[in-house]
Every structure is written in structure tokens, then in C-alpha cells.
Design a protein around this ligand. Structure first.
Ligand code: PLP
Length: 310
């Protein structure tokens, strides 16, 4: 499997503040970001009895595309259920949808049912990969961060990442707080990582929704990440001038391309909480850049014709 671990950490400066940037977007050209972490378990396990993977969600999701890559790598069929595929998208396939179809995805506009109704040779994946198995790959991410901290003498760290289902943030915080079971130097790891706090913001739904998502995966609230948010309500996938502006600024000031669905709200929320940057702060780049293919033309149609975005 050609995944490159550990993902690199670089230093960037944005709006006159310094950050460490963990480039999980560079893990694999097609299978990037936190979906590579979430699905790592299925990649490394043989799963010889599996013949088909089934999942559901939106017709442009990063998880859908990543599952199409996983299925292709494994030689599995891939069946995906979306409530609705827009007529425009069907007629003009692009972005994640097009790439997933090219990998052999069979898409259907109906409910997927639940995992109990499937045979043993079918692997059922929850929407966005929100499931237990994600803990394996995200645990390895936590290990990489701890090792990097040690190499660089960074004892105390804040980590920020924007959330969808909250699976990545939850398992990252949990892994950093719970000693690594297989490690040789438990106490050192446990000690240094206790000082690492994971902050996140809800991009889909509000803070209460995100909290509920955390609780579905982990009941012990002391292992939950800290939720921060902006005052104004935000609708996932909607076009906001503020989001486009900060995305352009990020590209200009850091030279890094971020995703247009999660990262703009993530950066806006992080910058609105300067107290977090009182400690070395690591931003997790979770990939998703392929999804920009569908977002950029929408933003350009809406804002570019009006001259500069300022
Ligand atoms: C899937 C995804 C997220 C959300 O991850 P969760 O684990 O569902 O919170 C954030 N950013 C990008 C780029 C993603 O693809």
C-alpha cells in the first residue's frame, strides 16, 4: 500500500501568527487526508472474505470517493446510496462524484438500510466513516504527533481540526489521553500527551449535534475534544463570501491549498479564539482538495464577476 507515513509537519505563518501544519493531505494522491486515517484499518487488514463495500451519504462526499479508491485497491465492488443526486451533477459529472464513478462505484438514490441486513461478505461503512474501526488509523496519527513532539522538544501542544462527524477529533483526543497499549514507554507517552488538547468546531450542524456524535463513539466525556464555534449559524455546503476570502488568503499567505468545505470555517473559528494560540498550535490538514473542483466554480460564479473579493 503506497500510503506515506508519517505525514510531514511544516511551519506556516497566517495572519501574523505561527502554526504547525500536519499535512495529512499528502498521505496519498487519491486517498488523502483523514479518510486515509479512518479507513487505514481496512487497508492493512486482509479481509479476504469481503467481496463488496456498501456505504451511504452525499453524492459529493470525500468519504465516498475514498471508499471508491479503497474498493479499487482491494478488488471489491462498491455500492453507494445517496438520497439525491442533483440533475446537474448527473449530466455534468465532476469532482468526487466523477472520480468515484471512474473507480467503479455503483450509485443508487435510495436508503441503504442498516448493517444487520447484509451478508458476511459485505463490509458496511457508516456515513463519513463514523465507526469504531477509525480509531486504529487515528491512533497511529496520535503516535506520529507524539513522536514529532518528542523530536522537537514540544511538551505542550494545542491541536485544531474542523469536524464533520467528529470521528477524527474524538479518536485523536482519546488516543492522546489513553496510553498506547503496545508502546514500550507508556509513562513517557502518557505524560507528554496529557498536555495536548484537541480543539474542534462543528461544520455540519451545531455544537450540540457534534457533542452527540462524540457520545455515540465514546461515552466518557473526559475523553472528548473541546468544541469551539462562531456565534453565527453556518450551513454546510452553502457559499459564504467569508469562507472564500479566507481560503484565498490561506493560499496567498501559506502557499498551501486547503479544502473549501471544512477548512475555511475551521480557520475562521480558530482565529476567533486567539487564546488557543498561546501555546504551540498544530492545525491538521485533513485533505479533501479534490472536492474543491465542484466548489471553486460555484464560488467564482458567485463572487468573482463582482470584481475583487474584498
Ligand atoms: C471528512 C472530512 C472532515 C470531517 O471529518 P470527521 O471525522 O467526519 O469530523 C474534515 N475535513 C475534510 C477535508 C474531510 O474530508
Amino acid at each position: 500500500m503506497l500510503l506515506s507515513f508519517p505525514s510531514p509537519v511544516q511551519t506556516i505563518s497566517f495572519e501574523n501568527k505561527n502554526f504547525f501544519l500536519k499535512r495529512d493531505d499528502l498521505i496519498h494522491p487519491d486517498f488523502s487526508g483523514n479518510k486515509a486515517r479512518k479507513f487505514h484499518y481496512f487497508l492493512q487488514d486482509d479481509l479476504a472474505h469481503i467481496r463488496k463495500v456498501v456505504s451511504y451519504g452525499s453524492a459529493q462526499s470525500n468519504a465516498m470517493y475514498s471508499l471508491s479508491v479503497l474498493a479499487k485497491m482491494k478488488g471489491w465492488a462498491f455500492e453507494y446510496y445517496a438520497d439525491h443526486v442533483a440533475a446537474y451533477l448527473k449530466e455534468n459529472p465532476h469532482g468526487n462524484y466523477k472520480a468515484a464513478l471512474e473507480n467503479g462505484m455503483m450509485i443508487s438514490e435510495q436508503g441503504a438500510g442498516n448493517r444487520e441486513q447484509f451478508e458476511d461478505d459485505i463490509l458496511f461503512i457508516e456515513e463519513g466513516g463514523r465507526q469504531k474501526e477509525a480509531e486504529y488509523g487515528i491512533g497511529l496519527l496520535a503516535e506520529e504527533i507524539i513522536d514529532w513532539q518528542k523530536e522537537n522538544g514540544i511538551e505542550s501542544l494545542n491541536i485544531f481540526l474542523p469536524s464533520g462527524t467528529g470521528t477524527t477529533a474524538l479518536f485523536l483526543q482519546k488516543s492522546l489521553l489513553t496510553p498506547y497499549p503496545k508502546g514500550t514507554c507508556h509513562s513517557v507517552r502518557a505524560h507528554s500527551s496529557r498536555l495536548t488538547q484537541v480543539y474542534t468546531c462543528p461544520c455540519v450542524g451545531d455544537a450540540a449535534y457534534l457533542k452527540k456524535q462524540f457520545s455515540m463513539l465514546e461515552q466518557d466525556e473526559s475523553l472528548h475534544p473541546t468544541i469551539i464555534s462562531l456565534e453565527k449559524k453556518h450551513h454546510f455546503g452553502k457559499l459564504y463570501k467569508e469562507n472564500y476570502k479566507i481560503w484565498l488568503k490561506l493560499q496567498q499567505q501559506t502557499g498551501v491549498t486547503f479544502d473549501l468545505l471544512y477548512d475555511p470555517l475551521g480557520w475562521r473559528t480558530l482565529l476567533a479564539h486567539p487564546q488557543i494560540m498561546g501555546k504551540p498550535t498544530l492545525y491538521l490538514h485533513q485533505g479533501g482538495v479534490l472536492g474543491n473542483e465542484s466548489m471553486i466554480p460555484r464560488y467564482e460564479r458567485k463572487y468573482k464577476t463582482q470584481g475583487t473579493v474584498s
